[in-house]
Design a protein. Sequence first.
Length: 362
Amino acid sequence: MLSNFLLPPDYQLPIPLNSPLFGTPGGGRLLLCSTHDAWRLREHYSASSLEAVQMQIMQQEGKWLDTWQSKLQAAHMNAHIFGCDTYEAFKEICQSLALERIAVLHASTQTGYCRMLLAGNVDAKVMTARLRPLSERLKVDIAITSLKPSPNLSEPGLLLMDMDSTLIQNECIDEIADFIGMKEKVAAITQMSMEGKLDFAASFTERVKLLKGLDVSVLQRVLDERIRFTDGAQALIRGLQAHGWKTGLVSGGFTFYTHHFEKMLGLDFSLGNELEIVDGKLTGGFIGNIVDANTKRTTLLAKAQEWNIPMSQTIAIGDGANDLPMIEVAGMGIAFHAKPRVRELAPYALSYGGLDRTLDLL
């Protein structure tokens, strides 16, 4: 049995202990109290239990210490906490772990990121889902993974990701529409589509029609003047490629951009929608089938099979409702800076920091 003590920033225990003590976000400390040290604390306070020690500290010193006991024989997991910089927020996370009788075995804290080794009899993905409301309220990212995460970097894998508002910060179609003074109208349709409030195929067709008559040179201008990578995008791709992973884009955007990033980043694959161009002008139409939510899902499945990669070794990342089917079927599905509904339904959500935080989960 392990006893965890969460000590606030301004508190010192009255006697020296030999048990490991780890720093926490916000300047607190987390004590992994051994059986011997627990006995010494009970003796010091003339208390029959740790709960009684807790009450004695409260009565004598006016400090409430969160303490909980857990079994060390439980399965081990990792907790990744991004964007947690205050003691009070970290305390609430620990209180949620305590309710599940999850022990903290180790903690490592740096600016904006805390990683803990846990022991508990709860499935990692189930625990992540249970912590999602707390994560949303505290405005931090909390991801629980198994000790040997699935997927992991020790084996070949596949990353398939969305482009607009994921790989890049922009929605390309909105930026193109800006050249005809229709960005606000098109962006409103895009937003509703990404939130799942409009059928993607129908909204895509409607938005492309509005581009009719634009000179094709606008596509290059948007690339040169507007498009910016998301923080950490290149680091994530390089990191996975260095471990022999396949990487690709599957986008409801346009092939003009997906092909560009495929070549620029050395991706293994890209898929997008091809705009119809006649005499150097956009016709308001497109060629072939629309890359929609189902296309993204089936592409992930097909590419994993083609490259003989088990689904447990796949990652799918996106921000919109049309990304959910591939996010849900992947070994690790991540909603990245996503719409509320997508964050709610995705197994994992990263809403703070860059795309390279994905590497911390592997």
